[in-house]
Design a protein around this ligand. Structure first.
Ligand code: PLP
Length: 364
């Protein structure tokens, strides 16, 4: 069978070596004669797995000692809520920067939980020469007291990525769901990082939270115990039964990433993959991308066909060629190629060849 390259934005493809290992271990994990899904999360074998997962993640992201790593339920949206309930007790206020669909969804949820009065919002995307560009405001000029400022470093739907770090007088909370471990970051610049797992980490449902210790003393709202950062930390992310299979696969993905050279090696490959694709889009008038160069996402490459009447044919032909899930998000339309860590460069090369052939075939 020819290779299928899956460009889905999430749940996304996982590294092939991880999937092959998981398949072998499905009925006999760790010599126990049963799957990891069938053992207690309190068993010494599973606890060893979780400790190793955290250790490797800490190494990969160079997480400082004063940060806790939590493995939680609820994916990315779960954290939209948790950030508010954990930090905005006693009428605390927060500032939200919006740059696309996901950061806007985070604001909506924050307002729903805390109320409009506690949430301020600034849109940071401007259209300059017809291209969407992130223009970060000078936060130091804002004379208000916020518990945190929230932003989304990579807008999965819009294909907009913010590479620079925020210069903020308040703790920075970032949604890194679709960019975590795709390039090096300095964790110490953040007060809290969260990511739903289903892009660069593992299966959906799980989310990872990396939180600086001092944040855990902020007043919280009344909330569910399983979503409480302090309770989660005090119970080693096992206050209730965790999503054990997702955790196991995440642990395997971390080991795989380490084995291929870690985040810095992956960053180089990701740059090459994105460059290949954007070069193709820029060189052919048949395709266009509406994001300014400095904010073009390296993980979610959005593009439009100059003639949208050809969209369905493009998608059908791509699928026949083994290039699947290229349809853009229903809100923005067009195409989107999600090229997370697990997408090999061969997949992007094949997509580029397909795009060149398709453009040739349909250019008058
Ligand atoms: N944040 C970002 C940047 C996302 O891309 C997504 C989902 O794709 C979410 C949040 C929501 O994640 P979930 O569906 O796990 O709640």
């Amino acid at each position: 069978m020819n290779a299928i390259y899956n460009f889905c934005a999430g749940p996304a493809m996982l590294p092939q070596p991880v999937m092959q290992k998981a398949q072998q271990e499905l009925i006999d994990w760790n010599g126990l004669g049963v799957s990891v899904m069938e053992i207690s999360h309190r068993s010494k074998e599973f606890i060893a797995l979780t400790q190793q997962a955290e250790k490797t993640l800490r190494e990969l992201m160079h997480i400082p000692q004063n940060y806790h790593v939590l493995f939680m339920h609820g994916g990315g949206r779960g954290q939209f809520t948790n950030v508010v309930t954990n930090f905005l007790g006693d009428n605390g206020r927060a500032l939200y920067l919006t740059s696309g669909q996901w950061s806007s969804s985070a604001v909506k949820e924050a307002k729903r939980i805390a109320g409009e009065a506690q949430i301020d919002e600034i849109n940071i995307v401007e259209t300059i020469d017809g291209l969407h560009q992130v223009c970060l405001p000078d936060l130091n000029q804002i004379n208000k007291d916020y518990r945190y400022v929230h932003y989304c470093a990579n807008e999965t739907v819009d294909g907009i990525e913010i590479f620079e770090s925020l210069n903020s007088p308040w703790p920075v909370v970032a949604d890194l769901s679709s960019t975590i471990m795709s390039h090096e970051i300095d964790v110490s610049k953040f007060a809290l990082i969260y990511a739903g797992a289903q892009k660069n980490i593992g299966p959906s449902g799980l989310s990872i939270v990396i939180v600086r210790d001092d944040m855990l003393s902020l007043p919280s709202l009344v909330q569910s115990s399983v979503m409480d950062y302090n309770i989660t930390k005090d119970n080693d992310s096992m206050f209730n039964t965790p999503p054990t299979f997702a955790w196991y696969l995440a642990a395997e993905v971390f080991e795989w990433l380490k084995s291929v050279g870690g985040v810095s090696a992956m960053e180089k490959i990701n740059q090459q993959k994105a460059q290949l694709l954007y070069d193709c889009i820029d060189q052919l008038p048949f395709y266009k991308n509406g994001v300014a160069l400095e904010n073009r996402s390296r993980m979610n490459v959005t593009f439009q066909l100059a003639d949208s009447a050809l969209d369905s044919e493009f998608l059908a032909d791509a699928e026949k060629a083994g290039l699947v899930a290229l349809k853009g998000h229903r809100i923005v339309g067009g195409m989107r190629a999600s090229i997370y860590n697990a997408m090999p460069i061969e997949g992007v090369q094949k997509l580029v060849m397909f795009m060149q052939d398709f453009a040739k075939k349909h250019s008058k």
